[in-house]
Each structure stands twice: as C-alpha cells, then as structure tokens.
Unconditional design. Sequence first.
Length: 132
Amino acid sequence: ADDPDARTRAELEDVLTTLVVRRAQALTARDLRALAAADGQGSTLLAADEAIIAELVQAEQRYVGLTFTVTVAEWVSVDAGSARIRAVVERSGYRVQGPGDREQSIGADSGRSLLYSLVRVGEEWRISTVTG
C-alpha cells in the first residue's frame, strides 16, 4: 500500500474535508481572517465568501449550526501546485439569526457533484474555485 497516487488521493479527500469544515467555521464566526485558512488568496471563492460575511455583518445576522460534510470525493488531477477533486459536499440545516430576535431556518442540502480546484499554499492546500 505504498502507492503514491493512492496516498495523494486519500490525502486530498482529507484535505477537502478539513477545508470545508474551516470554511463553515469562518462563515459562522463571520471571520474574514479565518477564511484564509480555507479559501485561496485572490480566489473567486474567497471573494464570494467575503461578500457573504459583509452581508451578514451589515444585516446584523449570523449563521448558527452551519456545517459542510464531504459525502463523495473523487480525485481528478494533482500536480505540485494544484489539485482538482470532483466532490459532493452536503450542507447541514442551519439558522440565520438576526437582526434582533429574528430567526430563520434553512433546510439541509445534500449537495451535487462539483469540481473543487485547490491550490497549494506552502505545505497546505486552499480552495480556489468551485464549478459545476
């Protein structure tokens, strides 16, 4: 079981799981700095997530109970600086709190197959784009 390709595939599935968990935590905390641990610098995903956080802050709202879970992950390609994984990421049901005492429940979403493009940043990976 010393197949480097198999090791890389398993590593990337674990990496994607870590990244989507970090992303959910950053969105829930409305923490722009924490997004840097999930989203690639200058990436389209980072710009979209920054906009979500800005909207939440402006509306005096926050997400409660938001989680992402990788349910299917299939390695597509990897090289020294980038990787592509076709994956299904499930989103939990969660609540949007605010402003004030207002609260709205959002149902879970089982996700669909999307292509996650990752970029290497030092010794770690970050998500740069998510496409159909």
